[in-house]
Design a protein around this ligand. Structure first.
Ligand SMILES: [Ca+2]
Ligand SMILES: [Ca+2]
Length: 176
């Protein structure tokens, strides 16, 4: 596992820990899901149901595979090696990437404008300057749009244990 990958997923763990108690549980996922769905107000019911299902599968997979003692919480030490193992968590990431990227394209023309990208990523909890840096790194066209496929592929890359120097690394940046 590369340092960059660990840093990317440490950030995700901290954002998922919506109530800030140092572990993640189903309540954290409920808060996160509601925030993201709210940011996707222009999406249709099918797209909203898909992201709810994807977050639900994300949590139930963690709970089923990691919470061996059944106390309902998952720690960072459990989370990192598991979500960065494509054999074990890859299918969950693929579903999540598809559902989240679709929320960026409510009019279904295959393109995502910067303001909605910023809204969705802000709802997840990323830093606004880092979100803009990431969008820039994703190579927007002259009308400041990226494709749904680009977004989805880069969400998957974010969870790749051996990748570094990818657009998603901008989300971890602490530059001020
Ligand atoms: Ca928590
Ligand atoms: Ca669109």
């Amino acid at each position: 596992m590369r340092t960059e990958a660990a840093q990317r997923l440490e950030l995700i763990f901290s954002l998922l820990d919506a109530n800030g108690n140092g572990v993640i549980d189903s309540g954290d996922f409920d808060l996160m899901t509601d925030r993201v769905v709210k940011a996707a107000a222009a999406s249709d019911d099918g797209a909203k149901a898909a992201i709810r299902a994807a977050f639900g599968r994300y949590w139930t997979t963690l709970a089923t595979e990691l919470d061996a003692n059944g106390d309902g919480v998952v720690t960072l030490e459990e989370f990192l090696p598991f979500v960065l193992d494509p054999d074990r968590f890859g299918p969950v990431v693929t579903e999540f990437a598809k559902a989240l990227s679709a929320l960026g394209d409510p009019d279904k023309d295959g393109l995502i404008e910067r303001p909605l990208f910023v809204s969705l990523m802000t709802a997840i909890g990323f830093d606004e300057a880092n979100i803009h840096a990431t969008f820039d790194a994703l190579g927007p066209d002259t009308d400041d749009r990226i494709t749904v496929a680009t977004y989805a592929a880069n969400i998957e890359a974010y969870y790749a244990p051996d990748m570094a120097g990818i657009p998603g690394d901008q989300l971890v940046s602490t530059a001020v």
